[in-house]
Design a binder for this molecule. Structure first.
Ligand SMILES: C[S@@+](CC[C@H](N)C(=O)[O-])C[C@H]1O[C@@H](n2cnc3c(N)ncnc32)[C@H](O)[C@@H]1O
Length: 266
């Protein structure tokens, strides 16, 4: 896969339902096991957001895909949450869930789990309703454009970004990955926060008929990319994929979680 255009072409076959089935049901999302990928991701996000520093007016999720789990802790600390994806099929899948339409993916175990992490005894349905109300827009994004959200949001206007498994999964090479990161970071206010989750050393993943190429990145590459994008790493952790989570839908070896902050002066 050699160009941004070729990557875009490969996404034409992306099947949101197959993607959800590959990654967002057991064993990868097994809430009876604290060792599952999903429990690790939700715990990392919960712990970063529980510190009380990550808050503000606008939260934007870059490359949401058909998923909402990545917002379950952060959205509570912002007045407005904006979800984004490159593909209309994914934006439709999200709208179906936001509008409680029949056939929408069932995220209830995720809400139950995060309510338990928060420990307030809140009924999960209350939290679900709050997220559905708090998401104000589901809009197109292209991380390869200097303004990834077009005219929808001005550079320097976002308090916090979330992004999971997007940048490495839509970039043909490391140069494009670095540029995409810099494009996305321009949306942040100085000192804005970035909660970033991604795949380590992955070269492909499947979503139905689609076989998507991924640019393999290491922990070191991710840290250096953030430094070049004028971001300071506040927390960095990695999860090593155990054999039980290797289910033949990708060749990922690990997952990184980063809480970074844009430099004050940029
Ligand atoms: C691996 S999925 C990640 C979905 C979700 N965030 C998650 O955690 O599972 C990658 C997403 O990137 C989106 N994408 C593809 N090309 C893109 C581009 N140029 N800019 C932004 N997102 C893009 C895809 O539509 C897809 O939803």
């Amino acid at each position: 896969m050699s160009s941004i255009q070729a990557v875009a072409e490969s996404y034409r076959l992306f099947n949101p339902r197959a993607y959800l089935q590959n990654n967002y049901v057991p064993p990868r999302a097994d809430f009876t096991s604290d060792d599952s990928i999903m429990c690790w991701k939700l715990r990392r996000l919960h712990e970063a957001c529980a510190k009380g520093e990550i808050k503000g007016r606008i939260l934007v999720d870059i490359g949401s895909g058909p998923t909402i789990y990545q917002l379950l802790s952060a959205f509570e600390h912002f007045q407005e949450t904006i979800m984004t994806d490159y593909l209309e099929v994914n934006r439709q899948e999200l709208k179906m869930w936001l509008n409680n339409q029949p056939g929408a993916f069932d995220w209830s175990p995720y809400f139950e789990h995060v309510c338990k992490l928060e420990g307030k005894g809140e009924p999960w349905k209350d939290k679900q309703k709050r997220l559905q109300t708090r998401v104000s827009r589901v809009i197109p994004v292209d991380i390869h454009k200097s303004s990834p959200l077009g005219g929808e949001l001005a550079p320097g206007s976002v308090d916090c970004l979330v992004s999971s498994f997007c940048l490495e999964a839509c970039s043909p090479n490391l140069e494009a990955f670095q540029k995409a990161l810099e494009n996305v970071v321009t949306l942040l206010k100085p000192q804005g926060h970035f909660l970033w989750i991604g795949a380590l050393e992955e070269s492909y993943y499947l979503a139905g008929e689609a076989r998507l190429s991924v640019v393999p990145v290491t922990e070191d590459i991710v840290k250096k990319a953030l430094c070049t994008a004028k971001c300071v790493v506040r927390e960095f952790s990695t999860y090593v994929i155990p054999p039980s989570m290797k289910v033949g839908v990708d060749d990922v070896t690990g997952i990184f979680f980063v809480w970074a902050q844009k430099n004050a002066s940029k």
